[in-house]
Ligand binder design. Structure first.
Ligand code: MIC
Ligand code: SF4
Length: 636
């Protein structure tokens, strides 16, 4: 029988469960990645599991998020992560080497393998034919300990690309078009597998842009075939041995097919405050902007930087704005320096920042009050830039570079001929920024260095049979983990300190939330559709748990956040939340095997409710979370 690409890779990795949509399957994980903002917690969890060396084929610890070192905390975390990598057999990508997803694609991704990463944009590696999935830190810690990763077998949606992109239109416009069609929850429970003749016109960096931002649809992951184009790219990276041919069979079937004719696309832009709020650039052309930021794991490849450099060549950034650029990796920078294209950026007046996430996660580069910032990034949630009332727009590097010259949002098709970009046959390989694992005899002797900001993981008790308390907060649809647990330069350094970071839960939405939760001794949160979309940060579950949140009631949940809630023993309850109000006193009975009942004592009425927990999820919740569950099982 003909198979699609996802079926082929899953078949080679499923260790338990039938591959039927919605069914729980457990996958063997070949590779893991972490970054510093989720990594400190993930390694504390790995230590708590008690394994002496990672059991994957390859695990990498990156430092790219918390690189603004305004005091000892981030720097201490970097040292902790480096010592952990040496101790437990991981590769360590040193601060300044680049953004995890870009570097992983360049140095470690392998077609046909599985990758689990504690970052929601892990699907970037799907650009070379990997099944690459984002997950909470604890799931990644478990995978490092050799545990399979369990997920609901997704629907496989084929995205058929036909035609070729017109001049000035690029990969970002393809994924923005998909987001325009399916919005931020249209991918939940799905994998997007790209196929069709249009695939052959896209190079690897373009494919990776698409799989990266596929995360914004809520999809489990996205994947491209590994073909001759992938092969050339692997050869240029000096990793020809990592390449295999991997394509869907002729006549392969999909649960659904979406068709995109590339030749009909035009430059697109996502308007505030959602990546799904997409329009053609031509509709907003002329709008004044105060900041442009180019980079992030979506658009920081050499292809993108070359495009930007060549557009900017001989021009000056408009006086009404600042242009910030974060190249994705040291490899990218070295090429730009070698080819002389780096000078085009410098001469034009760009402020070139470190090869890191930077302004994407509010680590510096906050725009002015009430301003418009145009970014090549993947998320434009309110306040994410560090300036609460700034409007974030998302577009391609082409739109960003041309707009930087013009000072207003500009459709690049008005700018004459697009530059011709030449990619190298051979990339510069910068090995000195990646420290390989130590052999076991040396690793055993490494001492782990902990700064005072690294606090032990709190212990949480098992779930009782009756949960009682007040609804502490009621929020609407599409709540992001940035709402629940904001990031940015002030809060990110607290990622390894749960008691401290808990003070900021929902701080941008309701500054009283923390004190109310403390005063009432915990309670419940009520949401709408797609609760917890966005990042993989498990702090959006651990910190509420620390404040005594027992259950979240919502119409639907995003995949990663739902499993983070379960991992930390918070019950995700599915119900129509319209009638429930903030302040209502609820009583939830948790005989999970026979169902669930929710009683609103304030209103004196029963609320029809259910859960969609698998048998394993129920066991995890009953144990008090994934960590006690694994510990208990390892003892048995
Ligand atoms: C993000 O883009 O929101 C992050 C920061 O990369 C997160 C991870 C985190 O919060 O540390 C993600 O996407 O998972
Ligand atoms: Fe970093 Fe931004 Fe990518 Fe998240 S989305 S990994 S913060 S560059």
């Amino acid at each position: 029988m003909s198979k699609n690409l996802v079926e082929k890779i899953f078949e080679a990795h499923v260790v338990e469960g039938r591959m039927e949509t919605g069914n729980d399957v457990s996958l063997r994980i070949d590779q893991t990645l972490t970054q510093d903002a989720t990594g400190t917690m993930a390694y504390l969890e790995f230590e708590a599991i008690g394994i002496l060396r990672v059991r994957t084929e390859l695990s990498v610890s990156y430092v790219d998020h918390n690189t603004l070192q305004t005091d000892f905390r981030n720097a201490d975390d970097h040292r902790f992560l480096q010592s952990v990598a040496s101790r437990y057999g991981l590769y360590f990508s040193r601060p300044g080497n680049g953004i995890c997803h870009q570097v992983h694609l360049e140095r470690f991704a392998r077609p046909g393998k599985t990758l689990l990463g504690s970052d929601s944009h892990t699907p970037t590696a799907g650009g070379v034919g990997m099944v690459a999935i984002g997950a909470g830190g604890l799931n990644v810690a478990a995978a490092m300990a050799g545990e399979p990763f369990t997920l609901k077998y997704p629907e496989i949606v084929g995205v058929k690309l036909t035609g070729e992109l017109p001049e000035w239109v690029s990969a970002k416009d393809i994924i923005l078009e998909l987001l325009r069609r399916v919005d931020v929850k249209g991918g939940v429970g799905k994998i997007f597998e790209y196929f069709g003749p249009g695939v052959k016109s896209l190079d690897v960096p373009s494919r990776a842009t698409i799989t990266n931002m596929g995360a914004e649809t809520g999809a489990t992951t996205s994947i491209f075939p590994s073909d001759e184009i992938t092969k050339k790219w692997f050869e240029a990276q000096g990793r020809a041995d990592a390449w295999i041919l991997l394509e869907a069979d002729e006549g392969a079937e999909y649960d659904d097919v979406i068709e995109i004719d590339l030749s009909e696309l035009e430059p697109m832009i996502a308007m505030p405050h959602s990546p799904g709020n997409v329009k053609p650039v031509s509709e907003v052309a002329g709008m004044e902007i105060q900041q442009i930021a180019i980079g992030s794991c979506t658009n920081s490849s050499l292809r993108d930087m070359k495009m930007v450099a060549n557009i900017l060549k001989g021009h000056t950034v408009a006086e009404n704005l600042q242009l910030l650029i974060n190249p994705g990796s040291r490899q990218v920078v070295e090429h730009l320096v070698e080819s002389g294209e780096y000078n085009y950026l410098v001469d034009a007046g760009a402020r070139i920042l470190e090869n890191a996430c930077g302004p994407c996660i509010g680590m510096g580069g906050a725009p002015p009050s009430g301003s418009v910032t145009l970014r090549t990034y993947n998320r434009n949630f309110e306040g994410r830039s560090g300036t609460k009332d700034a409007m974030i727009m998302l577009a391609s590097p082409e739109v960003a570079a041309v707009s930087a010259i013009k000072g207003v949002i500009t459709d690049p098709r008005e700018f004459g001929k697009a530059p011709n970009i030449e990619m190298p046959d051979r990339f510069v390989i910068t090995k000195n920024m990646i420290i390989p694992p130590l052999p076991p005899e040396k690793a055993e002797k490494v001492e782990i260095i902990r700064g005072p900001n690294i606090r032990p993981l709190p212990e949480f008790p098992p779930l009782p049979e009756v949960l009682e308390g007040e609804v502490l907060l009621k929020v609407g649809d599409n709540i992001t983990t940035d709402h629940i647990m904001p990031a940015g330069a002030r809060i990110l350094p607290l990622r390894s300190n749960i008691p401290e970071i808990s003070k900021y839960v929902y701080s941008g939405v309701d500054p009283e939330f923390y004190s109310r939760a403390m005063e009432k001794g915990g309670g419940f949160i009520v949401g709408g559709e797609n609760y917890g979309q966005g990042s993989s940060r498990e702090h959006a579950a651990i910190a509420p748990k620390y404040l005594g949140i027992k259950a979240v009631l919502a119409k639907s949940f995003s995949r990663i956040h739902r499993s983070n809630l379960i991992n930390f023993g918070i019950l995700p309850v599915i119900c129509d939340t319209e009638q429930i109000e903030q302040g209502d006193f609820l009583e939830i009975r948790t005989a999970l095997r026979s169902g669930i009942s929710v009683f609103d004592r304030t209103k004196g009425e029963e609320i029809p409710a259910k859960h969609d927990l698998s048998e394993k999820d129920v066991e995890i919740i009953e144990a008090g979370g994934l960590l006690p569950y694994i510990r208990r099982r390892n003892k048995a």
